[in-house]
Design a protein around this ligand. Structure first.
Ligand code: IPD
Length: 277
């Protein structure tokens, strides 16, 4: 089966590149934008078309596999992880960036078997950077091995986060309080780039020390979690316990100490689980 998943990963790389090129073309065209769960949870026709391309290609090749996709879920398909081989897909991560042609947009393809993440592929649509990792085989950026930052001291850390779709005053207060805690630690800085998957890739490459977020989805974290772990980092729940893919929350860091530090600073923001029935 190890050989089989390696072959699946080659297919994922091929499709991610193809999808990424489709996104690159779509950026130049007029976008048809609408919103999903909240007015700031955006979707475009391109998101739907790219997901359709990815899933139909994979389904033809692997008819017994299961698929979790951002836009299929938005269209009402069940989002549950079973023991079956499952592809977890974000066709355009950073849709808001895509809408504005802000150059931080990625295609993310993760793959799980027996509820365990096996590999992840993330393609940066603007500069063509390809991040890949398979369990037990290391993480790579354009074929070059990735290594996380081993920094343990928050006062020498660059921290990344993302905002999430909820913008009611109570949620924003907690969001700002969390950021204030880290800024006054004082971390070197906090950045928000508008793409969870690319931000997580920066943890894998050691360009930043920690990442935390409430409100992301399983397709934002599946591929990136493998890439960070294979680069030597840790990906956990905001409670400090093991990552729960469906829980809409995550802390990732180069070192366990840094992750635990961030965990202790955070006040939770609750979001409905991805696998709510
Ligand atoms: C979103 C982006 C955004 C993050 C959200 C994600 P999408 O993904 O990564 O930066 O704040 O939590 O859901 O909707 O653009 O694929």
């Amino acid at each position: 089966s190890d050989k089989c998943w390696a072959e699946c990963m080659d297919v994922a790389v091929e499709i991610a590149r193809k999808a990424g090129q489709m996104v690159q073309e779509a950026v130049k065209q007029e976008k048809r934008v609408s919103s999903k769960s909240t007015p700031t949870d955006l979707v475009t026709e391109a998101d739907q078309q790219v997901e359709e391309l990815i899933i139909s290609t994979l389904r033809e090749r692997y008819p017994t596999h299961r698929f979790i996709g951002e836009e299929s879920s938005a269209a009402g398909e069940k989002c549950v992880l079973t023991d079956s081989p499952t592809w977890i897909i974000d066709p355009i991560d950073g849709t808001c960036n895509f809408v504005h042609s802000f150059p931080m947009v990625a295609v993310s393809i993760g793959f799980a078997v027996m509820k365990e993440l096996e590999f992840g592929v993330i393609y940066h649509c603007f500069d063509g950077t390809l991040y890949t990792a398979r369990k037990g085989h290391g993480a790579f950026c354009n074929g070059v091995r990735l290594q996380v930052s081993k920094e343990k001291d928050v006062s020498r850390a660059l921290i990344l986060t993302e905002i999430g779709a909820k913008r009611d005053p109570a949620t924003l207060n907690i969001f700002l309080e969390n950021m204030k805690k880290l800024l006054s630690a004082p971390a070197h800085g906090v950045r928000i780039i508008g793409s969870s998957t690319l931000a997580l890739c920066h943890i894998a490459s050691g360009a930043a020390e920690a990442y935390y977020q409430y409100g992301l989805h399983c397709w934002d974290i599946a591929a990136a979690a493998v890439i960070i772990r294979e680069a030597g980092g840790c990906v956990i729940d905001t409670s400090g316990g093991p990552l729960d893919l469906m829980s809409r929350r995550v802390v990732a860091a180069g070192s366990r100490e840094m992750a635990d530090y961030v965990v202790r600073q955070l006040q939770p923001i609750s979001y409905e689980r991805d696998d709510h029935q």
